[in-house]
Design a protein around this ligand. Structure first.
Ligand SMILES: C[S@@+](CC[C@H](N)C(=O)[O-])C[C@H]1O[C@@H](n2cnc3c(N)ncnc32)[C@H](O)[C@@H]1O
Length: 172
């Protein structure tokens, strides 16, 4: 499942590379959903399921341990302190992530906002059921394997902001 797929760059690539895996994408931004739909049509993808709206509404309906992977890529940063509480990464959200991921499931979080990276690391540590699991000591500085890039990542690069690619796992 990918949460907040934006222009669907990563979502479509993921679906194309994994034709035998069912993939869910959730996004409230209508233009992004329209782009995903037109890509599905053009490429004849049969493994992609879209929700136009809040990803948490989909998660509420998912059975326990039903997902292998979740991606939250460059989520809205809400940088002002008084808006921080609008960030998607919250204690309650992470409890749901742990519930829907299967044992040994992967949770990917990428951001160019260092304060949001810290925020997420702290909350995952507090949760305790999902652990930081980088492939190598420096892997959080390099994109995930087979990474197609995303629109917001490109914006961050253009603005000179380094991006961080974190990987976590639920207990096996
Ligand atoms: C900064 S954009 C990043 C888009 C894309 N992942 C990228 O890297 O280019 C964040 C996206 O998350 C979406 N979003 C915000 N809240 C969401 C929610 N509760 N559920 C699903 N998507 C959400 C926004 O509409 C927006 O498209």
């Amino acid at each position: 499942m990918e949460i907040g797929f934006g222009a669907a760059d990563h979502l479509i690539d993921l679906a194309q590379r994994n034709p035998d895996v069912a993939i869910i994408g959730a996004e409230p931004f209508l233009n992004g959903v329209a782009k995903a739909v037109s890509n599905i049509d053009e490429l004849g993808l049969e493994n992609l399921f879209l929700h136009h709206g809040d990803a948490r509404d989909v998660m509420d309906h998912l059975p326990d341990h039903s997902l292998a992977r979740m991606y939250v890529l460059f989520p809205d940063p809400w940088p002002k302190a008084r808006h921080n509480k609008r960030r998607i990464i919250t204690e309650q959200f992470l409890t749901e992530v742990v519930r829907v991921l299967r044992p040994g499931g992967d949770f990917y979080f990428a951001s160019d906002i260092i304060d949001y990276v810290d925020w997420t690391l702290v909350r995952l540590r507090q949760n305790g059921k999902i652990v930081f699991a980088p492939d190598s000591p420096r892997s959080w500085r390099t994109p995930y394997p087979n990474w197609p890039g995303t629109r917001y990542e490109a914006k961050a690069h253009k603005a000179g902001r380094p991006c961080h690619y974190l990987q976590f796992k639920t207990a096996a």
